[in-house]
Design a protein around this ligand. Structure first.
Ligand code: GLC
Length: 553
C-alpha cells in the first residue's frame, strides 16, 4: 500500500508498511484493527438508497487500503428495523434490502482473500416481535409452552417498574391481559434465558455463521440476558451480581458455553462483548479465559478530552485486563454515540446517553483537531482498535436532520428531547459535490439525508489531500501494523497533561493535552503527527509518533 508522503515534518514521513498478518494467526484478535460497518449507510450497490452487501463488495479495496484487519457488521438479518436491525426476525436470512445469504457468503470469502476477517452481530437479549417464536407465543396464549421462551406475566397492574434503556416502561400488555418484558422497545421482547430452547437456538445460530466462515461475533447487550425469575423491583444499593436484570452472576455460564462452541472451530473465532459496566473488575469478569475474548472499552470512549481522565482510564483498564490475560480494546465511537469530532468539540467532551440534547454548542475545528490526536493516541495503545465507519473521514454528527426523517426509537421514546442516534448513522459520502455523494448510483437519495456540505468529507476528496483525516488514518494504520503482536506498554512521563509512552523498544507516542506547545523528546525519526509542528514543538491537542534514539532493532 502507498502511504502518503508529506512535505513538512509534523505530518507523515514515508513509512514502509509491514506485511499484512497471516490469516492463520491464532492471536490475530489481540491487536486487530476492526472496522465497524453499519451496512445501511456504507454503500448502496443496487441504487435504492439503502446500503447493502453489494455496496460493501464493491468497496473492499477501500477497506484494504485503509488497513483494517476485520469488519464488524451491525445486524444484517431479516428485521422490521424497529431498532435499526437490533430487532431480528430471522438470524438465518439477510434483510432483503441488504442482499441474500449467498452474497453474505461471497463477501466473507472475498474479504478473507484480502486478509480481512468478518465479525457479525448477535442480539441474544431479545428478538423482534415479528420473530416466529414471538408470533407463536402470542397465538398460543397464556400458560402455553410458547410463552415460556419470553417473560409473560399475569396481572392487572404493571409487573414492576424497571426502566427501559430507551426510557419509559419495560412492559407491554397484550389483549389477553398478560404483560411481556422488553428492556428496549415493545418491538424487542426479551427472551427467557432460563429456557433450554433459547440457549440451544443461539448456539445453533453461532454454528450457522461460523460454518459460513465468520471469524467472530459481537454480542449485543451482553450483560442483560439473565433476569431474576421473581422479577423484583431494583433495590436501592443493589449487590453486584444480584441486580434483577443486569450483570447477574449466572450470565457468565452462557458465555462459557459460547466459548466452547467457538473453540470447537479451527482458527480463532472470537467473542466480543458489548458490556456497559462502570466497575472495571465486573467488566473484565466477562473476559476470563473461558468466556469472551474481548469487550468494548466504553470507559475510555466516555471520558472527556483531559489528560488526567484519559490517563486514569488507560491505567485502570490495563490493570483490570492484566489478571484475565485479555487485551484491552480502544473505541472512540460507534453507531450509538455522538460522532467523535462533535463530542470533542464541546465544553463537556465526555459521553453519556442521558446528556444528549439538541443545540449543544460545538466547535468542529477544535473537535477535529482533538479527534486527530485521539486517533493516534488510541491507535498507539496496546490491544485491539475499533474504528466506526465515517470516523476515518472525520464526519461530524448530523444534528439538523429534517423533521420526518429520524428513525431512532431513542428519540421518539424521549418525546423528542433526546436527538437520538440517527445523526451518527448518515450514509457515507464517497465522491462528487452533491448528495448522494456516490453513496447510491443514480439519483436515488439515501435513507437518511446527507448534509449538502459533505463534499468536504468525501473519500475522493480526502484521498487526494495528505492532510485529511483519511490520510492520517491510512498512515497511522500502516505504522501500527509494525506494533501488532507487541503488547508492551510503559509511561515515560507522569505529567497529567502529556500522555507520553513507549511500546516495544522502537516506538513512542506523545499527546499534548495542555494549553501550551511542548518540546518533543529527542528522537531518531519523526513517524507521524496529528498536526504540523510549530517551531519544532508539539502544539496543544496534538499527538506525535516517534522512533526514539538508541532503540532496539
Ligand atoms: C445495543 C446496540 C444498540 C441497540 C441496543 C438494543 O446497545 O448497540 O444499537 O439499540 O443494543 O439491541
Amino acid at each position: 500500500m502507498d502511504v502518503p508522503v508529506l512535505e513538512s515534518e509534523g505530518y507523515a514521513t514515508p513509512v514502509a508498511s509491514a506485511p499484512a498478518p497471516s490469516t492463520a494467526d491464532p492471536l490475530w484478535w489481540r491487536s486487530a484493527v476492526i472496522y465497524q460497518l453499519y451496512i445501511r449507510s456504507f454503500a448502496d450497490g443496487n441504487g435504492d438508497g439503502t446500503g447493502d452487501i453489494a455496496g460493501v463488495r464493491a468497496h473492499l479495496d477501500y477497506l484494504k487500503e485503509l488497513g483494517v484487519d476485520a469488519l464488524w457488521f451491525t445486524p444484517w438479518y431479516a428485521s422490521p428495523l424497529a431498532d435499526g436491525g437490533y430487532d431480528v426476525s430471522d438470524y438465518r436470512q439477510i434483510h432483503p434490502a441488504f442482499g441474500e445469504i449467498e452474497e453474505a457468503e461471497a463477501l466473507i470469502r472475498e474479504a478473507l482473500a484480502l486478509g480481512i476477517r468478518t465479525i457479525i452481530d448477535v442480539v441474544p437479549n431479545h428478538v423482534s416481535n415479528e420473530h416466529e417464536w414471538f408470533k407463536a407465543a402470542l397465538a398460543a396464549g397464556p400458560g402455553s409452552p410458547e410463552r415460556e421462551r419470553f417473560w409473560f406475566v399475569d396481572g392487572d397492574a404493571i409487573p414492576n417498574h424497571w426502566v427501559s434503556n430507551f426510557q419509559g416502561t419495560t412492559w407491554t400488555q397484550v389483549p389477553d391481559g398478560q404483560w411481556y418484558l422488553h428492556l428496549f422497545t415493545p418491538e424487542q421482547p426479551d427472551l427467557n434465558w432460563n429456557h433450554p430452547d433459547v440457549r440451544r437456538e443461539h448456539e445453533d445460530v453461532l454454528r450457522f455463521w461460523f460454518d459460513r466462515g465468520v471469524a467472530g461475533v459481537r454480542i449485543d447487550s451482553a450483560a442483560l440476558l439473565v433476569k431474576d425469575p421473581e422479577l423484583p423491583e431494583v433495590p436501592d444499593g443493589v449487590v453486584a451480581g444480584q441486580h434483577p436484570n443486569t450483570d447477574r452472576d449466572e450470565v457468565h455460564d452462557i458465555y462459557r458455553s459460547w466459548r466452547a462452541v467457538a473453540n470447537s472451530y479451527p482458527g480463532t473465532r472470537v467473542l466480543v462483548g458489548e458490556v456497559w459496566m462502570p466497575d472495571p473488575v465486573r467488566f473484565t469478569n466477562y473476559l476470563r479465559p473461558d468466556e469472551m475474548h474481548t469487550a468494548f472499552n466504553f470507559d475510555f470512549m466516555a471520558r472527556p478530552w483531559q489528560g488526567s481522565e484519559l490517563r486514569e482510564s488507560i491505567d485502570s483498564m490495563l490493570a483490570a485486563h492484566a489478571p484475565v490475560h485479555a487485551p484491552s480494546t480502544w473505541v472512540l465511537s460507534n453507531h450509538d454515540v455522538t460522532r467523535t469530532v462533535t463530542r470533542y468539540g464541546r465544553d463537556d467532551s465526555s459521553f453519556a446517553f442521558a446528556t444528549k440534547r439538541f443545540g449543544t454548542p460545538t466547535d468542529i475545528a477544535l473537535g477535529t483537531r482533538r479527534a486527530r490526536a485521539a486517533a493516534l493516541l488510541s491507535a498507539a495503545l496496546p490491544g485491539s482498535l475499533y474504528l466506526y465507519q465515517g470516523d476515518e473521514l472525520g464526519l461530524p454528527e448530523v444534528e439538523d436532520l429534517p423533521e420526518g426523517t429520524r428513525q431512532d426509537p431513542m428519540h421518539f421514546r424521549s418525546d423528542g428531547v433526546d436527538p437520538g442516534r440517527d445523526g451518527c448513522r448518515v450514509p457515507l459520502p464517497w465522491s462528487g459535490t452533491q448528495p448522494p455523494f456516490g453513496f447510491s448510483g443514480g439519483d436515488s437519495q439515501p435513507w437518511l439525508p446527507q448534509p449538502d456540505d459533505w463534499a468536504l468529507y468525501t473519500v475522493e476528496s480526502e484521498a487526494a489531500d495528505p492532510r485529511s483525516m483519511l490520510s492520517l488514518y491510512r498512515a497511522a494504520l500502516a505504522i501500527r501494523r509494525g506494533l501488532e503482536g507487541d503488547e508492551s506498554f510503559s509511561w515515560l512521563s507522569t505529567d497529567a497533561d502529556v500522555l507520553y509512552f513507549a511500546r516495544g523498544g522502537g516506538f513512542v507516542s506523545i499527546t499534548n493535552l495542555s494549553d501550551r506547545p511542548i518540546d518533543l523528546p529527542e528522537h531518531e525519526e519523526f513517524l507521524l503527527g496529528s498536526t504540523e509542528l510549530v517551531d519544532g514543538q508539539l502544539a496543544p491537542d496534538s499527538t506525535a509518533w516517534l522512533r526514539p534514539i538508541n532503540h532496539e532493532r
